[in-house]
Write a protein that binds this ligand. Structure first.
Ligand code: SAM
Ligand code: SF4
Length: 322
């Protein structure tokens, strides 16, 4: 469906849990977060019901996220069932990769179309400082498994001044000999990022560092309307691509095609605004799908024109899944 500004909304990010096995400094406090009681989190059946309603409204791509989505029980079953919904063309996953080596075969067998692996550093010590956890080796094993599979893989890296700035070239090199996309994502001033003392690095700086090393970054044009806001480039000798997502420097709100559903079933239509729809309440109130569909349609229609990170949002990244 189109929203009030004529944007085609075809992409939903669904958070399946708010729990996580890492404590990335820009995302979660060291002590973790107050756990939402299980009863308040959407069941797999409820997520599927919403998935079916989403598909009737024109959603074609679903990304499962969290918290850490691989902590959610029966995730492969959910993927398989979402893939079975008519109109859903792609189901993908964003993960920190800690549990990938245990689950990769099952996820692939379930029909997963792609994985975004968040990996900010290739240095074990820096990883432990940034995530406050010792799971670096597990993640690298998971990545090695993925690289052997025929699956769309994106590596997401948040460049941070004084933390991983010396590794940008090494991370980008992963796309030189592998058919993957390595994406540099600007640090957003949300939740823990605000008081973490961490500072992002402007995309222009990363871009020029990469061009100095690899030569001209040749733009790769968008392949379809389901593609997100990343802008992709390919240095001459690369088989993979390098992407940039800089929501603050370049607003891409005019092309935004996405909505987000939190693990508790709250529908958010813009990352930086708190308004939306309590879908869980509707799901559990006994009303028919038609009523829920109408409310979701109205909420999507009213999606804000553009983000405003100057406004404070009560939502954290681990709730809305990035
Ligand atoms: N736990 C999973 C993971 O880390 O991939 C999925 C959820 S996590 C919230 C999704 C993405 O959000 C990660 O790639 C993470 O780096 C990114 N993220 C979290 N906080 C951020 C912030 N303040 N600015 C930019 N990206 C952020
Ligand atoms: Fe967990 Fe992902 Fe947040 Fe890191 S970014 S704390 S892995 S939810």
């Amino acid at each position: 469906m189109k929203d009030q500004y004529g944007r085609e909304i075809n992409y939903a990010r669904i958070s399946v849990t708010d729990r996580c096995n890492l404590r990335c400094r820009y995302c979660m406090p060291e002590c973790g977060v107050k756990k939402i009681p299980h009863a308040e989190i959407l069941t797999l059946e409820e997520i599927l019901r919403v998935g079916k309603i989403f598909s009737r409204l024109g959603i074609k791509k679903i990304r499962l996220t969290g918290g850490e989505p691989l902590l959610r029980k029966n995730l492969p079953t959910l993927i398989r069932e979402l893939k079975n919904i008519s109109g859903i063309e792609q189901v993908t996953l964003t993960t920190n990769g800690v549990l990938l080596k245990n689950f990769a075969p099952e996820l692939i067998a379930a029909g997963l179309d792609g994985i975004n692996l968040s990996l900010d550093t290739l240095d074990e010590k820096i990883f432990e400082q940034l995530t406050r956890r010792k799971f670096f080796k597990e993640i690298i094993s998971g990545l090695e498994i993925l690289l052997r599979e025929n699956l769309a893989i994106k590596i997401n890296c948040v460049p941070l001044r004084g933390v991983n700035d010396r590794e940008i070239l090494e991370l980008a090199t992963l796309a030189e000999k592998n058919f993957i996309k390595v994406r540099f994502i600007e640090l957003m001033p949300i939740g823990c990022a605000i008081n973490s003392g961490l500072r992002g690095i402007p995309t222009a700086e990363i871009f020029s560092e990469l061009e100095k090393k690899f030569g001209e970054l040749i733009p790769v044009h968008k392949k379809n309307s389901l593609q997100g806001p990343a802008k992709y480039f390919q240095p001459k000798n690369f088989i993979g691509e390098i992407g940039f997502i800089d929501a603050l420097e370049h607003k891409f709100c005019g092309e935004c095609n996405r909505i987000r559903l939190t693990a508790e079933g709250f529908l958010k239509t813009c990352l930086s605004f708190d308004n939306g729809l309590d879908v869980r309440n509707l799901l559990r109130s006994g009303v028919a799908d038609e009523k829920i569909l109408a409310e979701i349609r109205e909420t999507i229609y009213r999606k804000p024109r553009e983000h405003n990170f100057g406004c404070s949002t009560n939502f954290q990244m681990y709730q809305v899944g990035g």
